[in-house]
Design a protein around this ligand. Structure first.
Ligand code: GLC
Length: 536
């Protein structure tokens, strides 16, 4: 085991855990999570078996997009603490043998960032070209039809200098001009600042947005647009995103990382598989892990999902390491998408697939999307398109630690309301319950970390139909594992065509099955998933 693992790096063998810092743990009684709070909870993560933490942005920010609008790339927002708190956090993480991944947001800054304040001050300011400024069309209209992801035009008129600037997200988040070498150098310096401190990697925000068409051509109309969809989807963003030149930028970032020891970069990229694969870079010199978001959007159908896994496995470049995600701070939680029963099956899928899993905070206790009353909505995406139910607040609610007044998250009123059921569903209540989601997650992670076949072994599809999927994970010289997952609520049978397979069930979504052996035809109840240690 030691020897095989040594050929793999930490970001291949560890389980990554995403913390949304506003919602994890408040230490100073202001209702908002902070860095000292995260430090207090590191032992929970260690106990869970987590070895790498990704922190959503903690930098100074006017918070128009809750930290994804950055006003200073090398500072810490006072809400979250200070640089000293950060150094302490990094230390505490490293001393537990864990890694820290920071969020890097290179596509855009806050409109309050000094770079933008300078850039907008006059047309001949040296930083004018750091952002994307364009003249209006002769009739005064924006330079092209590009839309903002958060609704409305992507162009904002600046009265003082009589030009438009481009913002893929909020008008408070102007896009940087990545064709400008000074911008490139400035952002690579930001990376060096954190790498010099010892940060282990970055999750790079909207990587596929970073370079736009040099001719600024209009995006084509999406003929499949329907009114319930976000207004941004009216067009195909073919000229505003995923331009060939982005790969040169990613390569530059990679070169910086490669000057350090074992640092890594995850790319946030919502693209179809073939395009996603390009982000691994030529000769694997791009992003280490271009986020694979397929499980966030596919219908919960065994055949569909098995097929998507195969497509992904087949499309991976030879050196490309896979990864899987069930949720993040922009998406509905898995429990709300597939239901509590299937969320257990989903956990087993995430933690038995080949490739690095990323767990979204709270999913380990089966947190659900929390209904936020209309007047309390805070997310700009929700506020800007109020009729489309797109607010991301429901999946960003405070972590449920115990049954005390504010779930152990804070002593004050939390910035976003807690789930109504937090007194029942929380870490403390689930910790010693053998049937809880938390126990399932912990045991899945433990098994994955103990068994080379599950951690680094091959993926071999065995079966899929309209209810159930099955696959084998196998590392050379180690016992293989058969994973059978019933993605439906009804009983099912599976007769693996590779069979008859022999083995013992070592972990199941419902522990009653554990210790049993499998028959030639395996039968499962609805919502059941099993991991079988194969003996032949
Ligand atoms: C990414 C972030 C999201 C943010 C957006 C703009 O998609 O995950 O939360 O709103 O970028 O920065």
């Amino acid at each position: 085991m030691e020897e095989q693992q040594q050929q793999h790096l930490w970001w291949q063998t560890d389980v990554i855990y995403q913390i949304y810092p506003r919602s994890y743990q408040d230490s100073n009684g202001d209702g908002i999570g902070d860095l000292q709070g995260v430090i207090q909870r590191l032992d929970h993560l260690k106990w869970l078996g987590i070895n790498a933490v990704w922190l959503s942005p903690i930098y100074p920010s006017p918070m128009a997009d809750f930290g994804y609008d950055i006003a200073d790339y090398t500072g810490i927002h006072p809400l979250f603490g200070s640089l000293d708190d950060f150094d302490q956090l990094l230390n505490e993480i490293h001393s537990r043998g864990m890694k820290l991944i920071l969020d890097l947001v290179p596509n855009h800054t806050s409109d309050q960032h000094p770079w933008f304040l300078e850039s907008r001050s006059s047309r001949d300011n040296p930083k004018r070209d750091w952002y994307i400024w364009k003249d209006p069309l002769p009739d005064g209209l924006p330079p092209n039809n590009w839309l903002s992801v958060f609704g409305g035009s992507g162009w904002e008129w600046d009265d003082q200098t009589q030009q438009y600037y481009y913002h893929a997200f909020l008008r408070e988040q102007p896009d940087l001009n990545w064709r400008n070498p000074e911008v490139q150098q400035a952002m690579l310096d930001v990376m060096r600042f954190w790498l010099d401190k010892g940060v282990d990697g970055f999750r790079v925000d909207v990587m596929w947005h970073m370079i736009k068409d040099s001719q600024f051509r209009d995006n084509p109309v999406n003929p499949d647009y329907q009114s319930h969809m976000a207004t941004y989807e009216q067009l195909y963003p073919v000229y505003s995103t995923d331009q060939a030149e982005v790969h040169d930028i990613v390569r530059q970032m990679r070169d910086v990382l490669d000057q350090y020891d074992e640092r890594m970069m995850i790319g946030e990229i919502y693209l179809p598989i073939q395009k996603l694969m390009m982000y691994y870079g030529i000769d694997g010199k791009g992003a280490h892990l271009p986020f694979n978001f397929q499980l966030l959007s596919l219908s919960w159908d065994a055949q569909l999902i098995a097929g998507a896994i195969d497509q992904y496995e087949a499309a991976l470049p030879p050196t490309g390491w896979p990864n899987w995600v069930l949720g993040n701070h922009d998406q509905p939680r898995i429990t709300s998408r597939v239901g509590v029963q299937q969320a257990r099956v989903a956990a087993m899928l995430l933690l038995t697939l080949r490739g690095t899993p990323t767990i979204y905070y709270g999913d380990e206790i089966g947190m659900r999307d929390v209904p936020i009353p209309f007047e309390e909505v805070q997310d700009p995406q929700g506020l800007n398109m109020p009729d489309k139910n797109l607010s991301r607040d429901p999946s960003r609610t405070p972590m449920q630690w115990d049954n005390s007044e504010h779930a152990g998250f804070t002593t004050a009123k939390p910035w976003l309301r807690l789930a109504r059921n937090f007194a029942r569903e929380n870490v403390l209540a689930q910790k010693n319950d053998p049937f809880s989601m938390l126990t399932l997650y912990r045991r899945l992670i433990e098994l994955r970390q103990q068994e080379p076949s599950l951690m680094i072994g091959n993926y071999v599809p065995v079966h899929s139909d309209n209810q159930v999927m099955a696959f084998i994970r196998q590392a050379e010289g180690h016992p293989g594992f058969l994973i059978v997952l019933n993605l439906s609520h009804r009983p099912c049978y599976v007769k693996p065509k590779h069979g008859p397979l022999k083995g013992t069930i070592v972990l199941a979504t419902y522990p009653e099955l554990e210790g049993g052996t499998i028959e030639e035809t395996i039968s499962l109840a609805g919502d059941e998933g099993i991991i079988v240690r194969l003996s032949s």
